[in-house]
Design a binder for this molecule. Structure first.
Ligand SMILES: [Zn+2]
Length: 366
């Protein structure tokens, strides 16, 4: 089945691009969450927020099973660990990164954004074999053009968050490139699913919550605490899914097959409630939404696991937007996959009838 092109209206794309352009690294998500809350108000919904900065909005009747459609709003980056007397910043990672030499960055200070570039020992100083090696994080620095430590300290403070520069850009007809697609795109899809349901006059039987969670990249604490504070009966977590095999040197024998533009990935494995997986597949088939399946045998490195094992356990499903170049300033997804992930979230929410549907209790006890 060919993936449909996206049918997002301009206001939705404005929301996506504003969210992508708003820095929100783990622990510093408030600017991004304000964009999300404003969009919920634009949809005519009342946004809610909690002590850690999770944001959500609920659509539907006053009671009924509560379905969560979830993405994490935090993005990876760095933090300032040390400012040396020559004015260079030493840093640590927030979330995972690998080769970062010569990346352009922005340090978010109390006085405003400060541009910089990541440096390392000049290549011609090291041994020949060092030229191809990735350095340890303390061997890099950020050059902000300061002439001394005291000049740097006038603007930058220890702990200031740093984002990689990678503005949202369209590649060709269908691909979107940006830093921090992981995982603002899933927040976008969750709130767009709410928009589709609102526009069709959705009345339940389920209540549907779009959830924008914090700190997935460092601790999954947002999803963990929200699982305790909201009485969620089932959660569809969504994230980018980087195990694509439509680029050179990716081995389908190890990862299965996954292609950009062939629809969202529905993940199947031990962390996924079987009936939620089946419900997602059935919803995709009924609504003629293209999808792909990947098996993930153990714990998924996503908020799905946090919901799955918090409190008394919540039945979860996991959707992945196929993504190239994970955790770089130039992550790439297919706009049609986002559209189909949005549609699939909405289709699943429409299909939910009771709070017990996805528990294994009834499968065992009858
Ligand atoms: Zn990530």
């Amino acid at each position: 089945m060919e993936a449909a092109k996206h049918e997002y209206p301009q206001r939705s794309l404005d929301f996506l691009f504003e969210l992508l352009a708003t820095p929100s690294i783990s622990g510093y998500e408030d600017p991004g969450q304000r964009v999300v809350a404003d969009y919920a108000r634009h949809l005519g919904l009342e946004p809610e927020a909690d002590v850690h900065g999770n944001v959500w909005a609920i659509l539907g009747p006053d009671d009924g099973p509560l379905v969560g459609l979830e993405g994490h709003v935090d993005q990876i980056g760095m933090t300032v660990k040390h400012i040396n007397d020559d004015g260079f910043l030493h840093v640590d990672f927030v979330g995972g990164s690998w080769e970062v030499y010569a990346r352009r960055v922005t340090v978010h200070t109390k006085h405003g954004p400060v541009p910089g570039v990541i440096g390392k020992q000049p290549l011609h100083y090291g041994e020949a074999e060092d030229r191809t090696k990735t350095k340890k994080i303390h061997e890099y620095w950020i050059d902000i053009g300061a002439r001394s430590g005291s000049e740097a300290r006038q603007s930058v403070a220890l702990g200031d968050p740093i984002t990689y520069d990678g503005p949202p850009t369209l590649l060709g007809r269908d691909l979107l490139m940006s830093c921090g697609l992981d995982n603002r795109i899933s927040v976008f899809c969750a709130f767009e699913a709410l928009r589709l349901l609102k526009e069709e006059g959705f009345q339940g039987p389920a209540r549907v919550a779009a959830l924008s969670c914090v700190q997935e990249e460092v601790s999954m604490v947002g999803a963990t605490t929200l699982a305790h504070s909201l009485p969620l009966d089932v959660v569809i977590a969504a994230d980018v899914w980087p195990f694509v095999t439509d680029v050179p040197d990716c081995d389908a024998r190890r990862f299965g097959e996954l292609k950009l533009g062939s629809g969202p990935c529905i993940v199947r494995g031990a962390n996924i409630a079987p009936r939620v997986f089946e419900g997602l597949v059935d919803s995709a088939k009924e609504s003629q939404i293209p999808y792909q399946v990947q098996a993930w045998p153990g714990q998924t490195p996503t908020d799905a696991m946090a919901f799955f094992k918090s409190k008394g356990g919540t039945p979860v499903g996991l959707l992945g937007a196929p993504e190239r170049y994970l955790h770089t300033p130039s992550e790439v997804v297919h706009m049609g996959d986002l559209w189909n992930m949005t549609r699939l979230m909405a289709a699943f929410a429409r299909s939910v009838e009771s709070s017990e549907s996805y528990s294994r209790r009834s499968a065992i006890l009858g």
